[in-house]
Design a protein around this ligand. Structure first.
Ligand SMILES: Nc1nc2c(c(=O)[nH]1)N[C@H]1C(S)=C(S)[C@@H](COP(=O)(O)OP(=O)(O)OC[C@H]3O[C@@H](n4cnc5c(=O)[nH]c(N)nc54)[C@H](O)[C@@H]3O)O[C@H]1N2
Ligand SMILES: Nc1nc2c(c(=O)[nH]1)N[C@H]1C(S)=C(S)[C@@H](COP(=O)(O)OP(=O)(O)OC[C@H]3O[C@@H](n4cnc5c(=O)[nH]c(N)nc54)[C@H](O)[C@@H]3O)O[C@H]1N2
Ligand code: SF4
Ligand SMILES: [Mo]
Length: 699
């Protein structure tokens, strides 16, 4: 068979790299970067080849399976759908709609069909118990956007290609390839910044892969970023370095800010963060003096106790220095499919706290509750207790705090269904697993990540291969479930065949700002360049008064209540880390990606190891209030003294899973140590950073 070329976008992470796949119609020969892709220009990371590994993976599920005791047996799609819907309906009827919960994991937003079709199904459940990986990740960013700009999806993106000063707080884009900042080819973009005499400053408790490339790196005590950000604002106001520019014409609340930040001196910030007073002042001066500058705070500044305050203050720093909505600062994309306009806010300025979680009273946001509440909502008896779960494209046993508690909870459900390609640590608790086609078998367009991209481009990827015989795509699964839950009306019936991801995409493109359609995208298989980010405020604001709210009352109150006292010294604080060749919990089944040195280690500063008489490369025991794990110790001065780091997504050592390579590289789960009670005080987002642990030689 002759070799053909197929062009597509890799959908494994947020970077949207263009790839060229050489294939013979049945199998992949090579996967390489597509130099003609206008966004990625040939860049790929080592994970791209995993698209082939996942496609060929003998462990990947292709037919629905049903559990009987510890055994799984294949069943037909009809039997699977019938059983799932009759179980969900009977549980809903007996205990009320809140008895059925759902969780959507990270790959949901990388999947065109799921984005278009999952929502309709979950709405048929009419439950308050909706959860997703959002509250393990970027929920504070949505709060900041909703409360300041009026729309939770209107996200400021660092204009990395034009900035002269890039302040990176709690992000490691060299390993993660960027998040809430789709920017394929981060190493090249950082090199270009430095070549044009720009600077990158990194704030991280670990000298990360990104910190190694920085002009300056400062260690910071986990969870204390709010003091640093507030001190930067204090210096800017106190020394009259404010130059708000255009935003001043359509923003409110500026007058409140100087007194609000006055107490947050660099001295106070230094005591909390461990960063020198003079370094903090210099950072503020440099930021204000730079031709353009952008502060970018991500995971480390989001999944922590003051995540929402951090995102608010990050926006403020960009705004009050005149670096908002202008080249080189924080800007907004103009995506071909406009998800922001597409998801109207319908006048509810704040989709927030319309109801609370039953047991702990955590606030709803955008129809979801924080995942940290999920286990207790299943385990705590009473009206509204969750009795059944639908889990799609997620692995919360490994990804959510106190995973051991969640796995106990899942075990006691009356019914659970997973929509997943693997029998993983979570789906193993299901009664039925519905496996979708995936990756190379799917068509693709990035609806979400173009909204977060550092440049506007558009690209459609055709499916490369047909799915296995009789298999279904995620969207077909959701569509079938929806129809069975809520039979179609005659009008809907007439439209049914038209309701496909491509038709929806075509409609959305036609409504979008660039006058595109599916046909025009198909004519450009490498993608279309739509240019650099453009200023677009105040038109794009969604606040009712068309003003940027610089001082939302909810945030101001929390800041006023923030304790200035230093916490009592803890022994060791735990943070996470990501590795370039891994992706959350589900890419450990590719032999090519897991090879090399053992990655699931705990990193510790030499002085901390010496104090505990711990030897390198020995197995140590790490204990927290929630659990303990044993894993190899790596001693390195890349860690800040007092802070240790363990990667997340490992822990494939639980019985009953079916991913052979991952089981052979099991590691342990950091989330057996993390705590479902440590949350961002405003949003209920999980605070993964800052868990106290003790480390000792393992017996
Ligand atoms: N301690 C700690 N915990 C963390 C983090 C951390 O930094 N530290 N990071 C958090 C973050 S940011 C995130 S986003 C979460 C991620 O956590 P989750 O979203 O809960 O889990 P993933 O590991 O992404 O698992 C994704 C699942 O989707 C399946 N899958 C892959 N592709 C498809 C598909 O096309 N369709 C379907 N139906 N299924 C598919 C995979 O088989 C896998 O089982 O983890 C969070 N947990
Ligand atoms: N290779 C790879 N790429 C990925 C993923 C993956 O698992 N592997 N996951 C994807 C997903 S779902 C996401 S959300 C993104 C996340 O991408 P990023 O936002 O870049 O997140 P991380 O790579 O986890 O980097 C977070 C950094 O914050 C630091 N940190 C921890 N606590 C604190 C703190 O309190 N303050 C400060 N200032 N820093 C702190 C950590 O040491 C770490 O270096 O990556 C995506 N890309
Ligand atoms: S950085 Fe790697 S995983 Fe992410 S889109 Fe590019 S090739 Fe895929
Ligand atoms: Mo994430």
């Amino acid at each position: 068979m002759s070799t053909k070329q197929h062009f597509r976008t890799c959908n494994l992470c947020e970077a949207m790299c263009g790839i060229v796949i050489e294939h013979n119609g049945k199998s992949v020969e090579t996967i390489k970067g597509d130099k003609e892709d206008p966004f990625s220009k040939g860049f790929i990371c080592p994970k791209a080849v995993a698209l082939q590994d996942i496609y060929e993976d003998p462990d990947r599920l292709k037919k629905p399976i049903r559990r009987q005791g510890d055994e799984w047996g294949e069943i037909s799609w009809k039997e699977a759908f019938d059983t799932v819907v009759s179980k969900l309906q009977s549980i809903g009827k007996e205990y009320g709609p809140d008895a059925v919960g759902y969780y959507q994991g990270n790959p949901s937003v990388h999947n065109l069909g799921t984005l278009f079709f999952a929502g309709s199904f979950f709405r048929t459940l009419q439950t308050k118990n909706g959860y997703s990986a959002t509250s393990l990740d970027q929920l504070p960013h949505h709060y900041a956007s909703q409360f300041m700009l009026g729309h939770y999806l209107l996200m400021p993106v660092p204009d990395i290609d034009r900035t002269q000063y890039f302040l990176v707080i709690g992000a490691n884009p060299i390993a993660s390839n960027g998040s809430m900042m789709s920017a394929a080819g981060m190493p090249g973009r950082i090199r270009a910044l430095q070549k044009r005499n720009g600077k990158m400053v990194v704030i991280d408790p670990r000298r990360s892969e990104t910190a190694l490339k920085a002009d300056r790196h400062h260690f910071i005590k986990p969870g204390t970023d709010v003091y640093l950000l507030a001190a930067l604002l204090q210096v800017l106001f106190k020394e009259a370095l404010i130059d708000i520019k255009r935003v001043g014409n359509w923003s409110k609340g500026l007058d409140q800010l100087p007194s609000l930040f006055e107490p947050y001196t660099p001295e106070l910030a230094s005591a909390h963060t461990g960063i020198e007073v003079e370094e903090i002042r210099t950072m503020a001066h440099e930021f204000a003096a730079a031709e353009s500058a952008v502060c970018y705070s991500r995971m480390g500044a989001s999944t922590q106790a003051h995540g929402t305050l951090c995102q608010w203050l990050t926006n403020l720093i960009n705004i009050v220095t005149g670096n908002f909505d202008r080249p080189g600062g924080a800007m907004f994309s103009t995506p071909a499919v406009d998800v922001v306009k597409g998801r109207k806010n319908k006048g509810t300025q704040h989709k927030y706290n319309r109801y609370q979680s039953r047991v702990r009273g955590l606030p709803e946001f955008n129809d979801e509750l924080p995942v940290a509440a999920l286990a207790e909502e299943i385990l705590t008896e009473g009206e509204g207790q969750i009795k059944a779960m639908v889990i799609s494209a997620g692995n919360p046993v490994l990804s959510s705090p106190n995973g051991t508690k969640l796995e106990k909870a899942l075990d006691q459900l009356d019914f659970m269904v997973s929509i997943d390609i693997y029998l993983n640590e979570t789906s193993k608790h299901a009664d039925i697993i519905l496996p979708p086609q995936t990756g190379l078998e799917s068509e693709h367009f990035d609806v979400v990540f173009n909204n977060l991209a550092v440049r506007d481009t558009a690209k459609y990827s055709e499916p490369l291969f047909d799915g296995a015989e009789g298999s279904k795509a995620d969207w077909q699964i959701f569509k079938e479930l929806t129809k069975r839950m809520k039979p179609l009306s005659t009008e809907e019936e007439a439209l049914d065949a038209y309701m496909t991801p491509s038709n929806f995409l075509n409609e959305a493109l036609k409504k979008g700002p660039h006058d595109l359609n599916l046909k025009s995208l198909k004519a450009h298989p490498h993608g279309i360049d739509l240019g650099p980010l453009k200023p677009q405020l105040p038109d794009r604001l969604f606040t009712e008064d068309k003003m940027v709210d610089l001082a939302p009352a909810l945030f101001v109150t929390h800041l006023k209540n923030l304790s200035h006292e230093l916490p009592k010294a803890s022994s060791l604080t735990l943070v996470g880390r990501r590795h370039l060749r891994s992706n959350n919990s589900w890419m450990h089944n590719s032999e090519r990606l897991v090879k090399g040195p053992w990655r699931c280690t705990i990193l510790m500063h030499p002085e901390d190891a010496r104090q505990r008489a711990l030897q390198p490369e020995t197995i140590v025991r790490v204990s927290s209030a929630k659990g303990s794990v044993n894993l190899p110790l790596e001693i390195s001065d890349e860690m800040m003294p007092g802070v240790v780091s363990i990667p997340h997504g490992f822990g494939h050592n639980r019985n009953g899973t079916r991913w052979q390579v991952a089981e052979a590289h099991a590691g342990v789960s950091i989330n057996d140590l993390t705590d479902e009670n440590l949350l961002d005080g405003i949003s209920g987002n999980t605070a993964f950073s800052g868990v106290e642990v003790e480390v000792s030689a393992s017996a």
